[in-house]
Design a protein around this ligand. Sequence first.
Ligand code: IPO
Ligand code: ZN
Length: 424
Amino acid sequence: MNLSHRAWVSATLVTGLVGAAQAGPLVWVSMGEDAYQLLRAAGARMEQVEQRTVPIRVPGPKAGTTLGSETIHLLRVDEDALPRLSHEVHEKLNRCGGYIAHASREEGRRTIARFISPPKQALAPPNYVIDNAAQVNALLPLLQESQVRSTITKLSTEYKNRYYTTTGGVTASDGLVNTWKQLAAGRTDVTVKPYKHPAWPQRSVILTIKGTTKPKEIVVIGGHMDSTIGFTSENSIAPGADDDASGVASLQEVARVLLTSGYQPRRTLQFIAYAAEEVGLRGSAAIAADYKAQGKKVVGALQLDMTNYQGGVSDVTMITDYTNAAQNNFVKSLAAFYLPTLTVNDSACGYACSDHASWTNNGFVASFPFEAPMGQHSPYIHTAQDTLDKSGNTANHAIKFSRLALAYAVELGSDGPAPASPRP
Ligand code: IPO
Ligand code: ZN
């Protein structure tokens, strides 16, 4: 008996109520209950709807503990209804509730099944120990708020939008390749490469610092470069200053400091700006699936999506769902040790809310430190008002995430204490 098959509750065939307004191709997507209800309320043309209830598990050492459950819907929907969904999800839901795009029903079912029973991790968990305090404490003061601020300004003002299919989206991606190449200048152990996605023009960008003794073990720090306002086209204004110029700027500043200081990790470090997050996590899904297929050993991934709007009293909110509890605890311990003035709390963000889910879904360990508790994050995202002035024209909040990500990069990237410095 095929259990996974039996678990599917299928589907009333639902046809669109406003067929005339929508004439796009039907695409496979999966989403949580709340996003699905919005889609239905909007009268979107949809077919072959089926749903499963997914336990929200705490993975890792506390495996078996559940945080409750949520219903995931798999369906074919008019592609033209999706931009509006992105918009409404953010307008009407106090949490994220994104969707994942799928190539077929079978691929969608497999993906959802992997959320229910995550693939066994090929890699033994790393040692989560803090043993590089001298190095981390020497590097932390080199991080500059002004650098993060200027990157957010550049990304959010130089292009009308950074949507995955527009000129702005492609130019922004090319611009990141150039900027990151300049950061890497003079380092023979560093590469910067665009990652091509055959189905759309915007490329993801990957900066790699090759590990000295364990180059096959990879630590990923990522954020998404694309922006959206829902119905986004060539001339739409979608600054995406918080979502997610802030995350890309936070991680670029970590790369800048590691590269200019001459830091050499034992494990390979990769900084990734993902394409096409806003349209169903497509860029990160492609990369994580590719890494899995190639047997790449991703030791851990850290997602930075929205770091610069302090909507609550807490500085850092650790996302608890579709992330790894052991690594989340490590990130919290890094905050407590290196950044003791930061306040940290927990929130769930729902199905497919950012690129960490792509790593989790492919059997890798991922964490997602976020700017605010659920519902207190920037209310301007996915609109033309997502601009830096909403954060007081500073990167004071985002720089905290650079500090946390730097501690993560050096502690996990070093895999053990720094070698004793040679005697003078
Ligand atoms: C997002 C992430 C976490 C939470 I809690 C609320 C909102 C934003 C995410 N859905 C997004 O738009 N990423 O691009
Ligand atoms: Zn977004």
